[in-house]
Design a protein around this ligand. Structure first.
Ligand SMILES: *[C@@H]1O[C@H](CO)[C@@H](O)[C@H](O)[C@H]1NC(C)=O
Ligand SMILES: *[C@@H]1O[C@H](CO)[C@@H](O)[C@H](O)[C@H]1NC(C)=O
Ligand SMILES: *[C@@H]1O[C@H](CO)[C@@H](O)[C@H](O)[C@H]1NC(C)=O
Length: 320
């Protein structure tokens, strides 16, 4: 199932890299794949806004297929984040397909514990009754019970404690707000790293970071928001992932991945994977995560797409 072609990345016209890609799975129904988390055992957990089921897939299997982990009746799934080894927070909601937002009062956060190796232990942690549409979910390093949820329609960051069920607003800022009313898609992916919250805003086309503080188990904004890069034209940033070197790989609608330098090294944009003339493009990528396990897996970027494709990108060739 190897694509016969390579993705290439041109960096400021100076250097270029190629990345072999492989189609791991094409959902026969074209199921919209939204978000993923990689288990310590290397298996992928995948969510869809069109399915009630949390799926699992072994990307190293010869013919990978979806296995059901758990089904949440009458709701669909969005962001997923690992909060402690093999324990995850997951957003569920009822999606209004007309407004592309949550039906009011339907948003909840669940805790899914796969760490025993036996059947999953699934508990509802909290409802988020005042949430408008939670999309991305992020863990808070050092806080094994906390998740941060990106309310893409309201333009705020919710904090949910998976153990106590306490829900509060961690941050609210115009930089999180959507750029349109319906659908309203502002802050989308969010990840905490080294005392900063990094986030994308789809309609405002930005990738940014903001320092946060953690006092008494509560996250708060602790400084000004810094825009690290912008998408142009019809491009919009969705979810993203850091690699081991601190580079940031951003799923970019409609057809590419955008790569940023480690923010510590000057915040610059490296380039995009659909370099001019390259016939291989991602069809509406939504999120990305690196494999776990052997070295080859650690360099493999798994990308979910809106058209039901899971694509593996071998990033070994990158040298910046
Ligand atoms: C799901 O929806 C069905 C049909 O509306 C209803 O009978 C059932 O009680 C609902 N289940 C839950 C868990 O809400
Ligand atoms: C979805 O949104 C439309 C437009 O606002 C509204 O008319 C409809 O009642 C909503 N559906 C649900 C299930 O809330
Ligand atoms: C968008 O355009 C600006 C100005 O030309 C450029 O600096 C930036 O790198 C572009 N962003 C992307 C993602 O191509």
């Amino acid at each position: 199932m190897l694509f016969p072609l390579l993705l290439s990345l041109v960096v400021c016209g100076a250097a270029s890299f190629t990345f072999p890609t492989r189609l791991v799975l094409q959902s026969p129904t074209g199921l919209f794949l939204e978000n993923l988390a990689v288990r310590p055992n290397g298996k992928l957990l995948i969510t869809s806004p069109d399915s009630s089921t949390l799926y699992m897939l072994d990307p190293t299997a010869e013919n990978p297929t979806f296995h059901e982990v758990h089904t949440f009746p009458n709701v669909t799934l969005s962001g997923i984040a690992e909060v402690q080894p093999d324990v995850y927070g997951i957003i569920t909601l009822v999606l209004n397909a007309t407004t592309i937002s949550a039906v009011p009062g339907t948003i909840a956060i669940w805790r899914v514990d796969l760490s025993s190796g036996g059947p999953p232990v699934v508990n509802k942690a909290a409802d988020v009754p005042d949430g408008m549409f939670l999309d991305g979910l992020g863990a808070v390093p050092g806080e094994p019970d906390l998740v941060l949820g990106a309310d893409t329609a309201a333009g705020r960051v919710w904090q949910i404690n998976l153990r106590t069920g306490v829900v509060r607003i961690a941050a609210q800022d115009d930089a999180f707000a959507p750029g349109a009313s319906t659908p309203a898609i502002g802050i989308n992916g969010l990840h905490v790293r080294g005392g900063d919250l990094y986030f994308t805003n789809s309609q405002k086309k930005t990738f940014s970071r903001v320092p946060i503080s953690l006092r008494g188990g509560n996250v708060a904004q602790a400084g000004p928001i810094q825009v690290l890069g912008s998408a142009n034209g019809t491009d919009e940033f969705d979810d993203f992932v850091f690699d081991a070197a601190g580079r940031v790989w951003v799923a970019t609608i409609p057809d590419t991945l955008t790569l940023f330098f480690p923010p510590a090294q000057g915040n610059g944009m490296l380039g995009q994977l659909n370099a001019p003339g390259n016939p291989v493009q991602f069809d509406s990528p939504t999120s990305a995560a690196f494999g776990r396990g052997e070295v080859a897996q650690q360099h493999t970027l798994y990308v979910t797409t809106q058209v039901g494709q899971l694509i593996a990108v071998d990033t070994t060739g990158i040298r910046v």
